[in-house]
Design a protein around this ligand. Sequence first.
Ligand code: FES
Ligand SMILES: [Fe+2]
Length: 433
Amino acid sequence: MQCDHLINVKNIDTVPARSEIAALVKHDRVHTSLYTSDDLFQLELDRIFGKTWVWVAHASEIPETGSFKTTEIGTQPVIVVRDRKGTVHTLLNRCRHRAATVCEHRSGKTNSFVCPYHGWGYALDGSLRGVPHPESYADQLEKGELGLVSLRTEQYAGMIFATFNDQIEPLEDFLGAAKKWMDLFMKQGAGYPIKTGPAHRFRFPGNWKIQLENTTDGYHFPVVHRSFLSSVDKQTEEMLNFVDGSGYVEDLGNGHSVMVMIPELVDLEANLDAPIPERFSELADALRAEHDEAQVRRIVRAVGGSGFNLNIFPNIACSMAFFRVLQPVSVSETEIHHAVITMDGGPDVANQARLRLHEHFQGPMGFGTPDDSEAWERVQRGATSGEDLWIMLNRGLAGDYRTDDGLRSDVSAETGMRAAYRQWKKLMMENEQ
Ligand code: FES
Ligand SMILES: [Fe+2]
């Protein structure tokens, strides 16, 4: 099955030519086949997920020696693990004997990985330590050659990325202008290290790029999230009525983009004298028992999360107070992981408040994500009708203007989507073999 699948990918008859790919992405629209073509999906796994930096973990998920998590890059299973020296490794989750995954736990702590099929044992850095009954190999077992395949892994601001591409630029160059937004996003620890909780996972029957588009799509918010807006207090509703406000969307290069919904909440450590919103007054009172007023204000301000959504191409979003990880499953199926961010060692009342806010929008019974997910599903369903039509991305095009970091337009512009598809096209074309 896996073999057939690979043969398909390489089948020259089904691989669109460079000129065909170029024709699918214009500056203001993309072709519907980007959501529906399995050939394009297979190429994306190779030329995008197989060639660029892909987010795999937050450092707080693997805090100690032997801490690990399993995840996927594209559809390839990997293990992210911290070794005895504190170095983080991203290892292909594939035994070098006969390919079994060596670990199926989502996360945990271990001294080594032992393949459950015939018992080959690997150290935390992936090196092959021992095999049962080695005598039968005589001198035919090249242990030094048979460690778990280790991918290039780098991190910035606690965000760990890995790549199959040894030739790629350093992570920090790839992140470029997104770095300053990552630094701002991490301020929601209010002085405590930030820590991600266990992720809430779900799948939707739609292409991964439909979700990728959504993170910096301000236009949908008042429409799709009407029921959410009616579930919050008046003050919060007004704050979230940002489509007519002074926020903006910015193309940060390399496919990354940011949508600033609430400019006064860009820097959570600024404006600490601003009035405490009504919805946090109880929390503030509870915190005053143990913290001085300056710290109360800092924590309260951080609890609601940042006033922007940062989309890092191709698979991770930093959104208000959570990470959203995007996992392609097939051309028409995508898995999403939502991980709430808490303050490690911070006050319980503050972390509980964050969890409640997260559940209220992102939770399975929440007022936000289930509505988003229905919209994404409807895009995929609609896209199967009239596959020769275009997906329009020209909103705000006329207002795009240059900044030091890239291109900026109004908050409900489709500038972020144009940024992502420009990178999509670049990678799909330059990584042709
Ligand atoms: S497949 Fe892993 S030990 Fe055989
Ligand atoms: Fe949404």
